[in-house]
Design a protein around this ligand. Sequence first.
Ligand SMILES: Cc1cc2nc3c(=O)[nH]c(=O)nc-3n(C[C@H](O)[C@H](O)[C@H](O)COP(=O)(O)OP(=O)(O)OC[C@H]3O[C@@H](n4cnc5c(N)ncnc54)[C@H](O)[C@@H]3O)c2cc1C
Length: 415
Amino acid sequence: MPKTVHIIGAGISGLSAAVRLTNAGHAVHVHEATQQAGGRCRSYFDAATNLTIDNGNHLLLSGNRHALAYAKSIGTEAGLIGPKSAQFPFVDLATGQRWLLDLGDSRLPLWVFDESRRVPDTGIFDYLALAPLVWASASKPVGETIRCEGTLYQRLVQPLLLAALNVDPPVGSAGLAGAIVRETLLAGGQACRPLIARDGLSAILIEPAVKLLQQKGASVSLGHELRELAMTGDRVTGLKFGNDEIAIGSDDAIVMAVPPRAAATLLPDLRTPTRFRAIVNAHFRFDPPRDAPPILGVVGGLVEWLFAFPQRLSVTISAGDRLVDMPREELAQAIWRDVCTAAGVSGALPAWQIVRERRATFEATPEQNALRPKAATSLKNLFLAGDWTDTGLPATIEGSVRSGDHAADLVLAMR
Ligand SMILES: Cc1cc2nc3c(=O)[nH]c(=O)nc-3n(C[C@H](O)[C@H](O)[C@H](O)COP(=O)(O)OP(=O)(O)OC[C@H]3O[C@@H](n4cnc5c(N)ncnc54)[C@H](O)[C@@H]3O)c2cc1C
């Protein structure tokens, strides 16, 4: 029998649950607190650069199965664009050295055997030394699992894990790092092709989902913040919004796909991660050089990844907490200097915007990872979704979609 399902939060995890449940024939209502769907994965018009930009540059990999299946289900898989094979150009700003990491397109990590394709000045034994990460426990930090120094670490392991965990890798959870290594480096080039929503996150991953939901009869209410849950015994019986209240029938279900702080307010007994890390993005209105790669890895400077979009060069700096209080103009100048060297361009600071997401992700340390709850709760008709729930992955789009899919599957299995 079709159920009525209320999804709280229209970020990627809420939308993926909503799409799955709508496609399964259930009556779905999505409630989003803000005036825009997308949560931490959204686009908006920025007056400073006169461009539509994303809140943050989001990189997917071809091995992100659930994220790609989600994009396919909303008809936008082709909008995730990347090179034909898993090639990552890098530059070291300290030495000026440039190299191409070429993971090829195999299902096996054969590239490590080919000196011309792996990181320069590294040997096969450097890669084998990463093996302990593959089966590492989530309760151990990376720094106690592998050696966090040397050329391979500086040029590949550190940039990869910093981007994935959003903490300085030695303090990150080795279990989460291991999941990344298993699903990327170890899965061969076929799983590592970088993919970007070139036309914007909202246009590719958010708006088409909202449109599809509405076309199939689901409702998406913006500016509709859940303030309180009414409970009787082990069930939720009502949802209290600002001015209205919805009664929950005995067969109805709720997927709560809000960030951890909101979830803990609504469910005071819930254990959630309590510490977060920032990501800093800088956007410069500047036509990229014609041969600019879509994504360039940068080491030895402030910038970590440089993305080339039409009319825009854009930068990501993970674990950016040290930069959140730096004066904006000073930060823009410092980043622009790195961009000029990395991209081989010059000129005065163009129109720019800096977006500092203070709570971009939960802190992917062993301690915080241990606080992540399962999707099922003590309330029989309420399930959790979100990148911070116990997905086995760090806070990523792939983790969000997996959590949304899993919560939806629990609703489908509900009696
Ligand atoms: C700057 C930045 C860069 C990133 N880069 C990458 C990347 O390169 N690759 C990658 O895979 N991931 C990246 N991520 C992570 C990715 O964006 C997140 O993992 C993902 O968007 C989280 O989705 P979510 O649905 O779990 O949570 P959210 O996006 O936080 O969605 C939760 C939603 O719930 C709503 N809400 C809150 N309280 C209520 C309430 N009471 N009632 C109703 N609604 C409520 C919120 O408004 C929000 O819309 C990045 C994140 C940031 C911030």
